[in-house]
Design a binder for this molecule. Structure first.
Ligand code: GDP
Length: 295
């Protein structure tokens, strides 16, 4: 994960490690290299610039020039700033309702259906919940079948009704089914399209208004870099979602989406997907991610 970024940041910070006495020029060079590494990781230009300005300010404020171990201090400053940029503290999901309703949103192919299964599995095994999955994609019967395959795999029931082509009434029926059958969590998988589309947004907003979920999660493929950030912005404008799920972090993702999405939409990343299997899910911890990035 983020191998290229980690390598480049390590190289940038390496310059300071070898110096007994460092100069302002060394610090300036290092921050320039850090900025380059962030840009290469597909972090938006403005964010990368603000980030390195903050690092530079802190480095000077904390007297990096006179400290005995400037390399270590810089690593700490960069780590703290990265943590802050990615959201500070980890944020959990709200499971307060009975049932708690979690609504998934995102483009087709982002990993929504897979993640719905992973989350249900996680809540069942780690939080002793009794989830129900609800298939609300009324356009692609294959998507409904896919959710059933996922549900069978993890032993979690799936509510679907191929006769019903109204996503709002389907979602409401799913929640009613959960209530009647003692499920304390409902995860609603919605239809995605290949690109941001007004009809898709309106449909998810209508489902949200009807079922009043505790959580609206936006699922996005981390491999798509700045596109992921732009898609997040478009979804957030309409849905004002509660949190982000970044999928496919197991691939050769450059890292830009993980680093910049929080500061663009001001919503926390709550979970990450790290593979196709049902247990490839992690709660997102900004500080652990920063540790990982800085090696
Ligand atoms: P949806 O259209 O948004 O419901 O997306 P799917 O759940 O069908 O996922 C699209 C593809 O991405 C499938 O082939 C999944 O197996 C794959 N996928 C989903 N999440 C991950 C992940 O975290 N890592 C990897 N490597 N593949 C994933």
């Amino acid at each position: 994960m983020f191998d290229n970024l980690s390598e480049k940041l390590d190289k940038a910070l390496h310059v300071l490690r070898g110096h007994g006495q460092i100069t302002e020029i060394n610090v300036a060079e290092t921050t320039k290299e850090i900025r380059r590494a962030l840009l290469d990781a597909d972090v938006n230009f403005k964010i990368a610039k603000e980030f390195t300005n903050k690092v530079k300010e802190k480095a000077i404020g904390q007297n990096v020039l006179t400290t005995l171990q400037p390399g270590q201090l810089m690593v700490k400053i960069v780590k703290d700033e990265l943590t802050e940029l990615m959201g500070g503290d980890a944020e959990g999901i709200n499971l307060s309702g009975n049932p708690a309703v979690i609504l998934m949103s995102g483009l087709q192919g982002s990993g929504k259906t897979t993640f719905s299964g992973k989350l249900a599995n996680f809540l069942k095994r780690k939080k002793s919940k009794n989830p129900l999955l609800v298939a609300c994609d009324v356009y692609r019967p294959a998507a409904i079948d896919q959710l059933h395959v996922v549900g069978d795999q993890i032993g979690i029931p799936v509510y679907s009704d191929k006769e019903n082509n109204n996503p709002v009434s389907l979602a409401l029926a799913g929640v009613a089914h959960a209530r009647a059958n003692g499920h304390n969590v409902v995860i609603i998988d919605t239809a995605g399209r290949l690109a941001v589309d007004q009809a898709m947004m309106t449909e998810i907003a209508n489902i949200r208004d009807a079922v009043k979920p505790q959580e609206v999660l936006f699922v996005v493929d981390a491999m798509t870099g700045q596109d992921a950030v732009n898609t997040a912005r478009a979804f957030n404008e309409v849905l004002d979602f509660d949190g982000v799920v970044l999928t496919k972090l197991d691939g050769d993702t450059r890292g830009g989406a993980a680093i910049s999405i929080k500061s663009v939409v001001n919503k926390p990343i709550k979970f990450i997907g790290t593979g196709e299997k049902m247990d490839a899910i992690d709660v997102f911890h900004p500080s652990r991610m920063a540790d990982r990035i800085l090696g």
